[in-house]
Design a binder for this molecule. Structure first.
Ligand SMILES: [Zn+2]
Length: 280
């Protein structure tokens, strides 16, 4: 996988490459990913400057198999053989949010490496195929995902660009586009499971204080999740649809509880389900 990666000796991006690939109002076919690594020790963070750098994807117009930047990045991480007795914070500044496949790969990596936390700042949002589910899966695996603001662009300029002493010059509309993308990302990451059509959980529900409970609320309304003109599903169908939605948000190691309030009778009917029982 080394073919698509940048040299390791603190190679810097030239100014045009940075601007052309990270400018948040234009689309490019390439993906650049700048990364830095810190050791977390309590409240302190110690940067590891020797493994700071960047990778980029290899496109279909280049020799060999195409490969996304995130996979090169994972390859790099494995080559560092990070000490499992320490806690590492990896921060990525990436020109596109991860696609569904890369998000899954990163999520799997986080699931297998609890000594690593991942913070992603993206310049633009990649919106093809099942990208929303991928981002939610990645967030559920513990990754922090955000959109780059002028603060992160400037940090990248200072850290990864051969700027010859010139300061970062924000382009027109940087903040407007950043805020627009930020709002869009928040909508994707905060979307909750649809309603089970019951008028709320009783106050005495034991799940109200449980950290591993997702409440099936009425946002967005179930109807909004259906194709136009589709008939409302039966309750069992609706419940299975809701549970399928949850599997995108909840890591496999977490139990899933389903609470069906029965207001006329004044008690809850609680199920605990494993992912293996849920529809795929
Ligand atoms: Zn990808």
């Amino acid at each position: 996988m080394e073919a698509g990666t940048a040299p390791r000796s603190r190679c810097l991006l030239d100014e045009n490459t940075f601007t052309e690939n990270f400018k948040n109002q234009i689309n490019t076919r390439k993906t650049y990913l700048c990364y830095e690594v810190e050791i977390v020790d309590g409240d302190a963070r110690v940067p590891l400057d020797e493994i700071k750098g960047f990778v980029h994807n290899k496109g279909a117009n280049q020799p060999g198999e195409p490969c996304h930047a995130e996979l090169y990045f994972l390859d790099r991480i494995h080559s560092w053989t990070l000490d499992r007795r320490l806690h590492y914070r990896l921060t990525c500044f990436i020109s596109w949010t991860p696609c569904h496949t890369c998000a899954q790969e990163l999520a799997t990596f986080l699931g297998e490496n609890s000594h690593v936390s991942l913070h992603i700042f993206a310049s633009r949002m990649y919106r093809r195929f099942d990208y929303e589910a991928g981002l939610r899966r990645l967030q559920a695996a513990g990754a922090q995902i955000a959109i780059m603001t002028s603060k992160e662009f400037e940090h990248c300029w200072e850290t990864f660009v051969d700027h010859q002493g010139r300061p970062f010059q924000p382009w027109d509309g940087l903040e407007v586009e950043s805020q627009h993308l930020c709002k869009k990302l928040q909508e994707i990451l905060q979307v909750r499971a649809p309603s089970c059509c019951f008028p709320g959980l009783p106050p005495s529900s034991p799940l109200l204080s449980s950290p591993c409970a997702f409440f099936l609320l009425s946002e967005p309304p179930l109807g909004d999740l259906l194709p136009p003109g589709a008939p409302a599903p039966s309750f069992p169908s609706f419940l299975m649809r809701s549970l399928y939605f949850l599997t995108c948000c909840v890591p496999p190691s977490f139990p899933i509880f389903v609470t069906l309030p029965r207001p006329p009778l004044g008690f809850c009917f609680i199920l605990q389900m494993s992912h293996s029982l849920l529809p795929s």
